[in-house]
Structure formats: C-alpha cells, structure tokens
Design a protein around this ligand. Structure first.
Ligand code: ATP
Length: 372
C-alpha cells in the first residue's frame, strides 16, 4: 500500500474558506486548513462544533455553501463521493452481518471487478492483525475487532485520505486505548493521510501529529499536541486540552522578549512568545503540574514567580501524584499537581503554603475571551 503512495505522488488536502450553513445556522465558518500528505490529523472539539460537517464535506456527503476543497492541485469540492480518493470509517462500522470477514473486506474490490482480491484481502487482514479470523462472521468478533475489519474494508480501496469519524466511540475505555495505539501503528505503516474527528482530547493527543481545535464552527488553534498543551492561545484551548489555572492580570510592561503582568499584587513575567496579548487585561495561565507548593517561608529551589499567603483547602492523593487546591489571598483556588517522588510527604489540609512556577511555563491569554 505504502509503495502506491510513494513520496511525490502524495497530495495534501486543502480546505479554503470552507463554509456550511444550515438554514440560518452556520455550522462551519470559513475554514482554512492544509493537511500535509501522510499526516495523522485530528479535528478536536466539543459536540456541535462542526467537526462532522467538515468531514462530510471532504467525503462529499455534504455540499459546502461556499469555499473549496483540493487534493493537491485537483479541486474536489463538488465531486461525487465515489469519485474521490477518500474513504470514511464511521463509529457504527456497519459490516455486512451475513458475510464473513474475508468477504466483508473483499466486497468493494469485487464490486469493481478487480482481480487478485484474495491476496489483497489477506494483506489487509494481516495489517489489522485479523488474518486468523477471516472465516468468522462479524457477530463472532469483539467490538475492537469489528472496528479493525471496518478499517481494512476502507483501506483496501487505497484511498489517499482516510476519514475517521469518532471510530472508537463505541468501544469501552480499555479497548479504546488499545485501538488508539493500533490505529497509530497502522497509519505509520500505510503512510496515508488520516483525518480523525473526536471530542476526546486524550485520544487526539495520543494519536495525532497535528491537532486542530474547533469551537463554534472555527478553528481556534492548530499545532502539535505538545504545542497546544504547552502554549495555548485561547482560553478555550487552555481548558479543552487538559486543565489550566487562569488568573486575572494586567499587562504592566512588554520589553526584551518578556511581558510583565501585575497579578493581584505580584508581578509575574511571561516569555513574549507565550504572551498572546501585549496590553490591558489578560489571563495568566499555568498548568497545575507546573505549580510548586511549599510550606510558607520554606526556601523555594526553583527560581520564578513566587506568591505567598496560600492555604491548602483540598488534598487528593491519586497514586502517581498528589493534587492540591490552594486558596490564594485574592480568593481564587489554584490547582497544583505534585508528582509523588517520595521527596517529601503529602502536605495536610490547612497547611499555609507559598506557590511558585517557572516563568517559562506560564502563558498569557487575551481577557476579551470568556473563561469556559
Ligand atoms: P458531534 O460530535 O456531536 O457530532 P460535531 O462537532 O461533529 O458534533 P456537527 O455534526 O458537524 O458537529 O454539527 C454542527 C452543527 O450543525 C450542530 O449544531 C448541528 O446541530 C448542526 N447541523 C448538522 N447537520 C445539520 C442539518 N442537516 N441541518 C441542520 N443543522 C445541522
């Protein structure tokens, strides 16, 4: 399969000003997106944000109101679904119950009168590690195995782009985790472009090399999982991918690559490339695992922004870490997650503490956005 999609022939998928309106409701709003060939791309967002509608337009199952879709130099905006080198795997994998696994996977090729079907089916079933199950009926397989059959059935058509619409949504948590690793392995092996729609941030981060976070019909931010997590640009992204402490502040100065922010009487600094506003009010963001807590007055070994006067109001021991809530003098509870390295015992509820973090971990978001 990979040989048929050798570098040079691989084409990127490009959406330009893609818009879909249903009556008076705009589900997808002037989306611009370029997905490089061979990438594992995730469209991540809450229910109703327009992910599925976007995917359906790429598949040709929905007609855009305006905008274009290109594969390389070819425009496919209005091409019939079966004329596009695009296949979709849905959550309800819809296998033919009366056909065995081999025949389910062979179905598309046979219908197109292609020779050499058995060899190709065998190769595909090998890829999804179901070669020993070929003669079984779908009901004799587990949910995860059925999902892999659906994947083989789509991949055997050798699409350039494989669309996955919440394909793991019907599986239980443990199986879903296993399938995430499996899907990633298969994508690497076949080298096709995978576009995966999900509302599960952990799933997107586990599998995708690039994630576009969608909210209310627009893309809020796009980047690698680490970029989005470490340097979110909006409060929506900061809260949708993991947890964030967001603290009100006002920009005091921006100079020499550093933005200084007055935050409830303490001045904190934020590297310019992580400061997404340069003036006025903003939200200082810091991930809970970057927040250090120490008994009040104890010297802090990490240099950085330092705030005194906290009190621990909640302690949750969760094995690998201890999760604290710390009430700060300005009346906000901050989350602080501390790895259980055994360096120090768990701090008790009611302990007076100081809080600090390294400046390079903080980010600054425009205050014009609501905190979700
Ligand atoms: P989910 O994860 O729940 O499927 P989603 O992000 O995939 O959500 P879409 O299915 O793309 O969201 O839907 C986006 C919005 O468009 C929703 O508010 C939905 O109600 C609306 N919508 C989708 N299809 C239609 C339709 N055929 N007619 C009218 N509104 C629609």
């Amino acid at each position: 399969l990979a040989a048929d999609n050798a570098p040079g022939s691989a084409r990127s998928l490009r959406l330009t000003a893609l818009t879909k309106e249903f009556a008076t409701f705009t589900a997808v709003r002037s989306l611009d997106l370029e997905i490089p060939a061979g990438s594992f791309f995730a469209l991540l967002g809450p229910s109703g944000c327009g992910k599925t509608t976007t995917l359906r337009m790429v598949a040709g199952l929905e007609t855009p109101t305006s905008g274009t879709i290109h594969l390389g130099d070819d425009e496919i905006t209005y091409a019939k679904p079966y004329k596009r080198p695009v296949n979709t795997v849905f959550q309800n994998y819809a296998l033919f119950p009366h056909l065995n696994i081999h025949d389910n996977v062979a179905f598309g090729l046979r219908r197109r009168g292609i020779k050499d079907v058995d060899r190709q089916v065998k190769e595909m079933l090998g890829l999804v590690e179901l070669d020993t199950q070929a003669s079984k009926k779908p009901t004799q397989l587990s949910g995860g195995q059925q999902q892999r059959v659906a994947l083989a059935r789509a991949l055997i058509n050798r699409p350039e782009v494989l669309l996955l619409d919440e394909p793991l949504g019907a599986l239980d948590l443990k199986l879903r985790r296993a399938m995430q690793i499996e899907l990633k392995r298969i994508q690497t092996e076949v080298g096709l472009t995978f576009v995966h729609v999900t509302h599960d941030q952990e799933e997107a981060m586990t599998m995708a090399d690039t994630i576009a976070v969608m909210n209310a019909g627009v893309i809020e931010q796009m980047g690698s999982p680490a970029e989005l997590y470490e340097n979110p640009r909006t409060t929506f992204v900061a809260n949708f991918l993991g947890q964030s402490n967001l603290i009100e502040g006002t920009v005091a100065a921006a100079e020499n690559g550093v933005v200084r922010v007055d935050m409830h009487g303490t001045q904190v600094s934020i590297p310019a490339e992580r400061a997404h506003t340069r003036a006025g009010a903003g939200w200082v963001g810091i991930r809970p695992e970057k927040v250090l807590v120490a008994p009040a007055g104890e010297p802090i070994d990490a240099p950085g922004n330092h705030m005194t006067g906290g009190v621990i109001t909640d302690v949750s021991f969760v094995g690998v870490s201890t999760q604290y809530l710390v009430m700060m003098p300005w009346g906000q509870e901050l989350m602080a997650f501390e790895q259980n390295t055994g360096r120090r015992g768990v701090l008790a509820h009611g302990t007076k503490v100081d809080v600090s973090w390294r400046p390079e971990f903080a980010f600054l978001l425009p205050a014009s956005q609501d905190v979700h």
